[in-house]
Design a binder for this molecule. Structure first.
Ligand code: KG4
Ligand code: ZN
Length: 350
């Protein structure tokens, strides 16, 4: 069965074709990063308009790359939420219109479920059950995953997400958007031990996070250094390295705590921050000590993409969680706010 998937929840237009037996056949992506850079963040209206411009050419591109015609597509998946409402509507309306014209089912996918299952696109594939550390620009959660559609929230951020902490501190340091990769690059030149920053909630008994205080701590340190007239390029890099180390230390500590608490020995990391080299290395080392294994999505599939959406749909189909009848009514039911743990385990969420 061939599934065409659409992702348009934020600033990436992603398209992909996944075959339920053969896996990923083709995927294509257009990132709007360059367009939003001059505004220092995503401008929702511009994002929606750009999705409209890109979505049809990208659809043609993935079909060509997969060697398929539109008629060969058996179901259409799209990100129904969470995300920017206008941006989500582009993917949802194009997907629904295409499904309607082909008289095929449409499958609404939760964006975070896409991230969560994306490490299963890589080899070796983690077996269930596992702990998932979901670290994106909007979410930081630790979940227990027992099967496709069976997710238990163990902990989450009480305020800013880890990606947001990267982005906001990067902005303070005068780095561009998106901040995560830029801050991480600058951190390579710095010494993380030169400046001390707090590790919020590192020793709390739960699996929750709090990152909003970190940007205040960074700002305070920056002001102090500026006042002393010693805030040079090296100090900027040291501050970047210290910020990265603080975020990574807390993420790693809580992921390890979740493994210990549940007795599980498989950790899956997903979402944009999962591309962070420092996080990957620190977790790899910790897993060796714990005799556990950490799994990551392929690097280019850490940030938003269509492959994870088509793939999550394929896994839901294989798990028998999707109604494959073409619906009588194709609605545009998007959910800009949508908790992953409220995802119903059976049936098509729309
Ligand atoms: O999953 P994602 O592409 O979008 C959301 O669903 O939010 O994640 C984007 C986030 C941004 O905050 C970005 O700064 C962060 O992931 N990010 C990184 C890296 N690459 C992307 N953070 C740290 N290090 C990276 N290498
Ligand atoms: Zn995402």
């Amino acid at each position: 069965m061939n599934i065409l998937g659409f992702e348009s929840s934020c600033d990436e237009t992603g398209l992909a074709v996944v075959n339920t037996e053969k896996g990923l056949l083709a995927h294509a992506l257009h990132s709007q990063i360059a367009m939003h850079r001059e505004y220092g963040g995503v401008v929702p209206e511009l994002a929606s308009r750009d999705h409209i411009r890109r979505v049809i050419p990208l659809t043609q591109q993935v079909l060509d790359e997969a060697g398929l015609a539109l008629d060969d597509i058996d179901a259409i998946a799209y990100t129904a939420g969470p995300g920017l409402a206008g941006a989500l509507l582009v993917g949802a309306s194009v997907a629904q219109a295409m499904a309607w014209s082909l008289n095929k089912p449409s499958i609404a996918i939760h964006h975070l479920e896409g991230h969560l299952l994306s490490p299963l696109l890589a080899e070796p594939r983690p077996e269930f059950p596992f702990i998932a550390l979901l670290v994106s620009g909007g979410h930081t959660q630790i979940m227990r995953v027992d099967a496709v559609g069976k997710y238990e929230l163990l902990g989450e951020t009480l305020d800013d997400a880890a990606g947001e902490a990267f982005d906001k501190t990067a902005q303070l340091l005068g780095l561009g958007y998106p901040g995560g990769p830029a801050l991480s690059r600058l951190a390579e030149q710095g010494d993380a031990t030169a400046i001390e920053l707090p590790r919020p909630m590192l020793h709390s008994k739960d699996l929750d996070f709090s990152f909003s205080g970190l940007k205040t701590a960074v700002m305070t340190r920056m002001r102090q250094l500026e006042k002393q007239g010693v805030f040079d390029e090296q100090k900027r890099a040291d501050l970047a390295a210290a910020t990265e180390a603080a975020i990574v230390d807390v993420l790693a500590a809580k992921a390890i705590k979740a493994l210990k608490q549940t007795g599980l020995r498989r950790l899956v990391v997903a979402g944009g921050v999962g591309a962070n080299r420092h996080l990957r290395e620190q977790l790899q080392q910790a897993m060796t000590r714990l005799r556990a294994t950490v799994y990551f999505p392929p690097l280019e599939l850490c940030t938003d993409n269509g492959a994870m959406i088509a793939f999550a749909a394929a896994l839901r189909v294989q798990a028998g969680l999707v109604n494959l009848q073409a619906p009588k009514h194709y609605g545009f039911a998007i959910r800009p706010r949508w908790d992953l743990h409220s995802l119903v385990a059976a049936g098509n969420p729309t």
